[in-house]
Design a protein around this ligand. Sequence first.
Ligand code: AVI
Length: 336
Amino acid sequence: MHMSRSSAIRVVSSDTMAPAPSAPHIAHGSAAVIAEISAGLLAADAQTSPKYLYDSLGSKLFEAICELPEYYPTRTEAAIFAQHGADIAADVGPGSVMVDLGAGNCAKAASLFPLLQPAQYVPVDISRDFLLDAVGRLQQRFPHIEMTALGLDFSSGFELPASVGERRRLFFYPGSSIGNFAPHEAIAFLRRLRANAGADGGLLIGVDLIKDSDVLDAAYDDGLGVTAAFNLNMLRHLNHLIGADFDIGQWQHRAFFNAEASRIEMHLEARVPQTVRWPGHERHFARGERIHTEDSYKYTEAGFIGLLEQAGFAAARVWTDAGGWFAVIHANVNAD
Ligand code: AVI
């Protein structure tokens, strides 16, 4: 692996979000995006992929969610890193190639650089421009760490390019984002990481744990209504992408813990009967009918370790907070 004090930041591929508000009936999404969204909206139980929560306003609303008193995952995970950082770093070891999945502003990983001491940092995010800004600033603070930014959607499969060092790859996937995959999808995703990690690779991941449903419900339906705005903003984004005429005032946010499925479900519910139109299609929604917009799965420690094992990881170490609300897990590739 090449290392230099003034290593250039490489951007290997790009993908951009399309956030600006637009008039209904003008579609700005690609044909594939329009087809995917249309199929979900026309299904008997209407649903959309949670990735459409994240246009530029949606990303800002998610940042605001992370500041809410009710939304415990971000601060609980940060507290685990603050309390157990040295122990985690000893388990991981210095000199890894740290591949940060969904890096955003790279702040979480950067706060761990002094402890984890990676040789190379590889932030991956769908939002290339945002990433470039963040990595540019970071490279100045940490000139001895080689940085290679990857602008790509890693959720739908990826191969790491040759510019990413092959020895000791550490996938860093904090924030319990793994919970936004259904368990079978999570296993498939973890298997892809395993395949890209090499024989001496590993994974450092944040996982949200099952807890009292009142705590979970409040985290996804906060008093200030920020999560409601985050969810409703998806309709604005869909109007832009497929040229639909969703009237946001006619919809309301619903979020609740489904204990049987061990997941928070987020939905948008029609306040009144209405027909939504977009080029070539229309869909009638009865009052109270819902669009399922996101799931956020919650695990037991043992349940998640079982998932890791099925995906080809072994020797997991787990750190949790005193309340057992959240877990940070380090697992190595099972080389057997
Ligand atoms: C990004 N992801 C881990 C968040 C979660 O908790 O599932 C997304 C979110 N949805 C509503 N609030 C936060």
